[in-house]
Design a protein around this ligand. Sequence first.
Ligand SMILES: [Zn+2]
Length: 358
Amino acid sequence: MSYLERMEEEAARQTRSSKHAKDPKKKLRTLIITALILTSTSLVFCAYATGSVLHKSKSSGAVAVTAPKYLDGHTTDTGQAQPVEETAEEAGETQGNDPGLDPGTGKQADPEKAADPSINEGEEAKTNEPAVPSQPGKPAPSQQNQAVQTQMTTAKKVVYLTFDDGPSKYTNQIVDILNEKGIHATFFMIGNQLSGNEKTVKNAAQAGNYIGMHSMTHDKDTLYKSGSSAKFLKEYKREQEMIEKITGTAPWLIRAPYGSHPYIGKSFRDDIAAARFKMWDWTVDSKDWSYSGKPNRIIQEVKRQVHRDTEVILMHEKAQTVQALPEIISVLQKKGYAFAVYKPDQHIVVNFSKDKRL
Ligand SMILES: [Zn+2]
C-alpha cells in the first residue's frame, strides 16, 4: 500500500468513526442549547443598540447647528490646543479683500493680466474664502459628541497676526509691542531687504516670532507675468537659504505678493506643492497700507471684519500699523481671541483656493 493509499484509508476511517459517534439525542440537545444562546445574545444586542441610538440622537442635538471642524491644534500663547467651529453660513462669506489691488503699494493690478487664461489655466471656480480644513483621520462625529461638547464650552478663538514686506525700520518696534503684550506674530519678509537687517530678523525670530517668506523681489511682473512658476519658486528657494543662514531655521511658509488670487492658478499651485512650500493668504485684510496717518481706520477695519474662530490678519510694516497695533491687540483680546504664531507642525490651510496641499 502506497503512502497516498494509506492516507486515504485513514481519512475514510476517521469519517466513519465520527459519523458513528454522533448520538441523535445528543445532537438535538446541542441544537437546542445553541438556539437558546443565539436568541439571548441577539436580545441583549438589540437592547444595547436601541439604547445607544437614543443616546446618540440626544447628544448630537447639541452640535446639530454648527459643524465643528478640528484644525491641527493651534498652540496659542495660552498653550492650549484649540478646536475650531465653522458655521454653515460662514462658507462662501469672507469676501472683501481686493485681490486686484496691491496690498504693498496700492497700485492697481492690470485687469488684463488677471483675466489671462494662461495664468489661471485649468483652475476650478473658487472664492476668496480660505479653506479651514477638518483634521484628516478624525473619528466620525457620532463617536466624538462627548468630546465635542466638552471642548465647545472651553473653545477659544485664535488669531494670527501677520506682517508683510519687512524687514524694515518698523520691525523692531513691532517686535517690541508684541513682547510687551507677551504674544507672537508671523512675518513675511522680502528677500532683497534681508541684507543689512540680519540683526533685526534674528531678534524677531529669537523673540518667538515666525519668519516666513514673501519672495526676493516682490515684483509682480517678474513673479507672475510668464504664467510659469519657475521664477517664483527660484526666488523662494533663494530666500529660504538666506533666512536659514540668519535664523538657523529654514522656513517653508510663503505668502505670495499681492495674494495668491488671481495670479496663482492650478498648475502654479501644483508646482508650489511639489516644492513642499506651504502658502498662506489671509482671512482679514486690515487695508493698513491704504490708511497712511489714519491708525483708527485700521482698527475699525479689523473690528469690522473679525468674527471667525480662526482669523489670519494681513498687516504691513507701516508707521500707521505700528500706531494701531497696541489697540488692535486689545480689541482682539476683548473679543476673546488668543494669539497664535505659525508653527510648521501645526499647519492650517489658509489660501484663497482652499488648496489643502498648501
Ligand atoms: Zn507684500
